[in-house]
Design a protein around this ligand. Structure first.
Ligand code: HEC
Length: 163
């Protein structure tokens, strides 16, 4: 292989590595930079009277990056490392017969890395408070993963693919 070819082959390998998640056990869940440009999966409004109102009341939008979308569309419950889902929870403001988005409450994240997050189903769970990058979830195993185990056969993901 001549030198320019070898260099471009190396560049491809480096780019491929950068595209996948490469975390280790104990690493924090990365903040999902750019998630507002990802695919929108679904939205839901949780109002007073819902059993989860205290924790998840408000309006949330779910986003998926490319790897997460591929897993969702396949529907086999398998997700590649680097797949990320975001649960963007905002206050819901009701006035004049309309419900609109308020300030952000928390940005929930599921980041796929089968080895790094093996103890919570291969997903790293985090919640960044308000508009900060501070993870406010102290016990992701109890506070997040436990409820998501109800969806173990779907790779711990509640959302499903729709066109
Ligand atoms: C009591 C059950 C419960 C708990 C606890 C819970 N979740 Fe979820 N989670 C859900 C449900 C139900 C959905 C689907 C919501 C929808 O359909 O809009 C969901 C969706 C999500 C999604 C989008 C991907 C998916 O599965 O559809 C993310 C990201 C997420 N949750 C993160 C978290 C994080 C982070 C925590 C802990 C702070 C957490 N969840 C705790 C029930 C739970």
């Amino acid at each position: 292989m001549n030198k320019p070819l070898l260099l471009s082959a190396l560049a491809l390998v480096v780019a491929a590595c950068a595209a996948t998640s490469n975390l280790s056990v104990g690493d924090p869940v990365p903040y999902p930079d750019g998630y507002r440009q990802w695919a929108h999966v679904r939205s839901m409004l949780i109002e007073k009277g819902h059993p989860l109102y205290d924790s998840f009341g408000g309006m949330h939008h779910i986003y998926a990056n490319d790897a997460a979308c591929e897993g969702l569309e396949r529907g086999d419950g398998a997700y590649d490392d680097g797949a990320v889902f975001v649960f963007d929870l905002l206050h819901a403001d009701s006035a004049g017969g309309a419900v609109t988005e308020g300030a952000r409450k928390v940005l929930g994240v599921m980041h796929r890395d089968a080895d790094a997050f093996a103890s919570t189903g291969g997903w790293g769970f985090a919640g960044f408070g308000g508009d900060t990058r501070d993870n406010v979830v102290k016990d992701p195993a109890q506070g997040c993963y436990q409820c998501h185990t109800g969806r173990e056969s779907a790779g711990y993901v509640f959302s499903t693919w729709r066109k």
